[in-house]
Design a protein around this ligand. Sequence first.
Ligand SMILES: Cc1cc2nc3c(=O)[nH]c(=O)nc-3n(C[C@H](O)[C@H](O)[C@H](O)COP(=O)(O)O)c2cc1C
Length: 242
Amino acid sequence: MNPPPTRIEDRFFVGITGASGVIYGVRVVRALAILGYFVEVAITDAGYRVLQIELGMRIDPATRDAGALAGDAPVSRIRIFNNRSIDAGAASGTYPLRGVIVVPCSMGTLGRIANGYASCLIERVADVALKESRPLVVVPRETPLSKIHLDHCNRLAWAGARIVPAMPAFYHLPKTIDDLVDHLAGKILDAAGVEHNISKRWGVLSKPPGDPGPRPDLEDDAAPGNLAPGDLAPHDGEGCDS
Ligand SMILES: Cc1cc2nc3c(=O)[nH]c(=O)nc-3n(C[C@H](O)[C@H](O)[C@H](O)COP(=O)(O)O)c2cc1C
């Protein structure tokens, strides 16, 4: 169990639900822990199942050992809560949390958050983030999107959430799935206001001290920052943020 919270700046809550793309959630949890944050995690029943299907990651919902989720990240900074524990600290607006990230977010969970259901810990913590005006980043994954899905995304954005769809980008010339995952994880951390350099930024190659990235295998001539202006960019490269 990680130590009790002291400062709001120290702690994030990450919800992993049963949408495809649980690898994004794993990457975000590990990056936050490596960057020095305490990460409180809850996983829906469907989320446990998709972790097993897509990553072969078996986490026992009864014991919720965080070892597999942590990987090489410091496990002491990660704690998995029972998603039915609506009495957990993070369920209260008084609890010190820097932000909440739901990644990946199923359309079911997204719809329930958008309508204030708060029927489990993840939905409650997201609901509290909205009422307390705390950063809430939601990473929906579904395609195609129905009008109901779009309406729920719009409703959440209207209420103050940042919607970061799990849409991979290609302008950074990814070579591996990890490259694609890191890029989206970087966008998620950006939306959560976390300083990091786990992914390449357009035109920027330097990395701040203490950051886990960029990955060494991305340091090559094909990196976007090493291209001559106009080689790849649709314009002169300024303001490329998609
Ligand atoms: C392998 C797998 C992939 C899935 N991918 C998605 C998805 O991308 N988006 C989605 O909304 N639901 C997806 N689902 C369905 C959800 O898991 C299902 O709607 C579930 O009830 C969501 O519950 P939760 O919101 O409590 O996690 C997937 C299910 C499985 C088994």
